[in-house]
Design a protein around this ligand. Structure first.
Ligand SMILES: Cc1cc2nc3c(=O)[nH]c(=O)nc-3n(C[C@H](O)[C@H](O)[C@H](O)COP(=O)(O)OP(=O)(O)OC[C@H]3O[C@@H](n4cnc5c(N)ncnc54)[C@H](O)[C@@H]3O)c2cc1C
Length: 293
């Protein structure tokens, strides 16, 4: 990308990487490369960068821990903006401030060390706080929408605060899917004891025993109102269905596993599942996963 020299000179405090591998930075492990990846170390430089990219018409997208995205094959001639360096984590009373780059595991450890409960439903969910807020991650028993007090983000190059209501959380959705970057969040914990926290974490960990291992994006489809996408896919006889190196998990039909395939394989399998579920049940499955770029 011809912008590299200009961008790295203009933003020397940002860490830049050329020919960034999307397959290495996503849990599904497929997809091509991006011309550039940018990792701002603070909110201010992230805001300046995003304002500049928008002004200059440079294509860009956001990446968290890469656990719910399907990156395209080929080369993205643009900038992947990463938030992993925004790792601030502090406590004020029972409120935790977590930067967008804090991982789910780090958030849980921090809460445990400070005898704060409320985050146990996130046990085992691969994510960054930024991606978790954006996707309203969670399980029955707790989602980000249940613990978020407010979010700090960047909208059209400006840093601003978002109240819980502004976040417009719903099932697998938040306002931040509209191109607003999350840089951090205020999350409410509740006083607890190490023993109680450990018990609750174990409870949520056990609930995940049925989930398949291997390379995946977690659940591919949102559950339709009052039903389960996995149940519908299984009922349509699609467990084990394959397209190239992508396969519908035998353990949980809403998971697609990548066994050395391409993004095109995964996409083709997603299309096949949608087609077949619609043909057999009349239900149109909606994707939970996000495409990159
Ligand atoms: C094995 C496995 C199990 C899973 N189990 C669960 C589960 O139990 N419950 C659940 O809810 N999810 C689950 N998921 C999905 C995934 O963990 C969540 O969606 C998580 O929130 C993704 O966070 P991330 O940081 O990886 O986001 P990414 O996948 O990197 O990004 C997701 C979307 O958010 C955008 N984004 C990322 N960071 C930011 C930011 N800072 N600002 C604005 N936009 C941003 C990206 O552009 C993309 O559109 C699972 C995934 C896997 C692989």
């Amino acid at each position: 990308m011809e912008h590299f020299a200009e961008l790295s000179a203009r933003f020397p405090k940002i860490a830049w990487e050329r020919e960034f591998s999307l397959s290495k930075h996503t849990t599904i492990g497929c997809g091509g490369t991006a011309a550039l990846a940018a990792s701002p170390r603070d909110t201010e430089s992230a805001a300046e960068l995003l304002a500049y990219l928008a002004r200059s018409g440079v294509p860009h997208c956001f990446l968290g821990a890469g656990a719910n995205v399907l990156p395209a094959d080929g080369r993205f001639d643009g900038v992947v903006v990463r938030f992993h360096a925004l790792k601030a984590l502090y406590l004020d009373g029972e409120t935790v401030y977590a930067g967008a780059g804090v991982t789910g595991g780090a958030l849980l450890r921090f809460a445990e060390e400070n005898r704060l409960g409320g985050f146990e439903p996130f046990t085992g969910i691969p994510m960054s706080v930024g991606g978790g807020i954006t996707m309203n991650a969670g399980v029955d028993g707790g989602h980000f929408s249940d613990v978020t007090l407010g979010v700090v983000g960047i909208e059209r190059g400006r840093i601003r605060s978002f109240t819980l209501r502004d976040c417009a959380f719903s099932e697998k959705y938040s306002l931040f899917q509209s191109g607003i970057a999350v840089t951090g969040a205020y999350l409410k914990g509740e006083k607890s004891s190490p023993q109680r926290i450990a018990e609750r974490r174990e409870e949520f960990r056990k609930r995940r025993a049925h989930l398949p291992g291997g390379r995946s994006m977690g659940c591919v489809f949102v559950n339709p109102e009052g039903d389960s996408a996995g149940r519908l896919i299984e009922q349509c006889g699609l467990k084990g269905a394959r397209s190239g190196g992508a396969i519908v998990s035998e353990k949980h039909a809403n998971f697609i596993l990548n066994e050395g395939g391409t993004a095109a394989d995964v996409s083709a399998l997603i299309a096949l599942i949608k087609r077949e579920v619609h043909r057999q049940t009349g239900i149109v499955l909606q994707e939970e996963i996000r495409r990159l770029p």
